[in-house]
Write a protein that binds this ligand. Structure first.
Ligand code: URA
Length: 246
């Protein structure tokens, strides 16, 4: 089996946002870094970067934060934004403050509008992020849409045709599937992520989206017991669901 790469403890903790290397040395002197039950003094020591490290190391009385390669599944609440360019609180503020100082940095996987709720991923794994949002992968996103006016009945055919052109664009949308739930509610399955895509698709039918909630990404569903504003870390087998079926 290949040996795990090693890293200097001060470099690792600094890259996880615990502070500068000087801060880390100070924390060690205060006895705040414990490895395998032993207070660690020499922060220049190299240790193997194994997945079980967060279970063996305690920093400031808590288990070490997740190592690089983390994937967060967040139930995005209404009213929070994914972009620094928009006004309002950011989804990043929901995560531990220290995580904003991590390197590699954590980004949202695509974006949801401020007034859209539901499944949002955040990761520091750039390759994974690009695999999920790449149009070539056709990862399906499922949205529950609540409409201001009753469906007119031709939306499913219109969206499935693959020739709907949104205002101001020069390339038609890829085919999308619609499951009607009621007169004013539907599940829409799309494989692209254009700006305000779902709202603009229904605007093109003369309707207006009142509420929008993302329920699924590929075969990965937002867990029923994850309340708005709550988040969890994904395991490898859960990440794999993103690329399955749809
Ligand atoms: N489509 C939209 O219109 N808004 C979102 O947040 C996501 C998809």
């Amino acid at each position: 089996m290949a040996k795990a790469p090693t890293t200097r403890i001060d470099r690792l903790l600094s890259s996880l946002g615990y502070g500068s290397r000087t801060d880390i040395a100070r924390m060690a002197r205060a006895g705040d870094i414990v490895l395998d039950g032993v207070r660690l003094r020499d922060v220049t020591r190299r240790i193997p970067l194994t997945p079980d490290l967060p279970a063996c190391m305690v920093v400031d009385g808590a288990p070490l934060d997740p190592l690089p390669g983390l994937v967060v599944l967040l139930h995005k609440p209404l009213g929070m934004t994914c972009s620094h360019k928009e006004d309002g609180p950011l989804v990043y503020d929901i995560l531990p403050a220290r995580w904003q100082h991590r390197n590699p940095t954590i980004s949202t996987v695509g974006r949801l509008d401020k007034q859209t709720s539901g499944l949002l991923l955040l990761t520091d794994d750039g390759d994974l992020l690009h695999r999920i949002i790449s149009p070539k992968r056709h990862v399906q996103k499922t949205y529950r849409v609540t409409l201001a006016r009753p469906l007119n009945g031709n939306e499913a055919a219109l969206f499935a045709a693959g020739d709907l052109m949104l205002a101001g664009e020069d390339k038609p949308l890829a085919p999308a599937a619609l499951d009607v739930v009621s007169d004013t509610e539907a599940l829409l399955h799309i494989t692209e992520g254009r700006y305000h895509q779902v709202r603009r698709m229904f605007a093109a039918t003369g309707n207006h989206v009142e509420a929008l909630h993302r329920e699924k990404l590929g075969n990965l569903s937002l867990p029923d017991d994850l309340a708005p504003g709550d988040w969890t870390l994904l395991r490898e087998d859960q990440i794999a669901l993103i690329f399955q079926g749809g």
